[in-house]
Design a protein around this ligand. Sequence first.
Ligand code: ADP
Ligand code: MG
Length: 392
Amino acid sequence: MGFNKKTIEDIEVRGKRVLVRCDFNVPLKDGVITDENRLNGALPTIKYLIDNGAKVILCSHIGKDASKTLEPVSKRLSEMLNKEVVFARDEEVVGANARAAVEKMNDGDVVLLENTRCRKEETKNVEEFSKELASLADIFVNDAFGTAHRAHCSTVGVTDYVDTAVCGYLIQKELKFLGDAVNNPVRPFVAILGGAKVSDKIAVINNLLDKVDTLIIGGGMAYTFLKAQGYEIGTSLVEEDRLDYALEMIQKAKDKGVKFLLPVDHRVATEFKDVEPVVTEDQNIPAGHMGLDIGPKTEELYADAIKDAKTVVWNGPMGVFEFENFNKGTIAVAKAMADADATTVIGGGDSAAAVNILGFGDKMTHISTGGGASLEFLEGKELPGIVALNNK
Ligand code: ADP
Ligand code: MG
């Protein structure tokens, strides 16, 4: 899937009303934004449009429904851009207030619309709201990678009612790093998959097995693979209905000549708590114990497999990294990636959080801003919010 979408640099924006779908779905605590990654990610496109004399109309959702407002985002963005971002407070998102705010704009001005989920049509991709959004603008720019896997009014529907729909710098960057890593990797290509459940990652495992030289499995999903092969897993997470699938994937790896690595030891506990871990001797987990992290021998095995890689894609923590006693495997993998002379790409919401919390954020080539979107990308799916944009 080569990248063939028009970008903001391919079109004339001066004097035009440009509606930009951003991903401002940031976490808020007492009205304060606690993680600004997504705001930072949106700045290059917004700055380019301001500098090139567009009338910049920003929109986004925040939260799952209508209960949150984007007002704190408008304030913080004003500071970050050093320029007023007018907040178009409007329950209808595109109501009289929003229209009036857009009416008043001069070239280079910035307006932020209210949370698109204030409109119940948004997530159902209903025509009416798509048309209203489109009516504000001459050009639509999608830069919301984190929502690109959803066909909503503000990501897909709106493109039917504007002449020009292109992508911004963030989507371009995400597609470049994720796309090159997965579809055009410099080899050896190693993928590391972890996290809680096999069922969340079925399509990712299957798709990546067609592409990688080595597949490393850790986290909660490892126990289903181990049990399928007859190892004892105690009270660890397991998906009984995925045992056959696990064996199928192990066979697929063999057939394809892909090196398939599973934990050779574990850090375990008798309960799901941040307690002093017990390290197992081998793959087997004693009765009454659950695996909460990979063990030290596995850390070494995985670090060794990552060391000579030229491309590494990682999704899913190696253990319950939220517990200090069980973050060692995740740290070891992050460190091995940081030390490797490789392009390193992180996908997945919890994985991105883990890498940042553990202090490896600036050591990776690219950390995707899209949790679900990056996973669907790793599954090999086309993202509707990107498909809908104009081809070059
Ligand atoms: P991502 O959001 O990056 O795709 P996931 O949501 O699949 O990642 O997985 C992250 C979660 O998996 C974390 O909350 C972590 O605690 C959990 N996890 C990892 N290993 C285990 C384990 N051995 N047992 C239970 N939960 C685990
Ligand atoms: Mg997650």
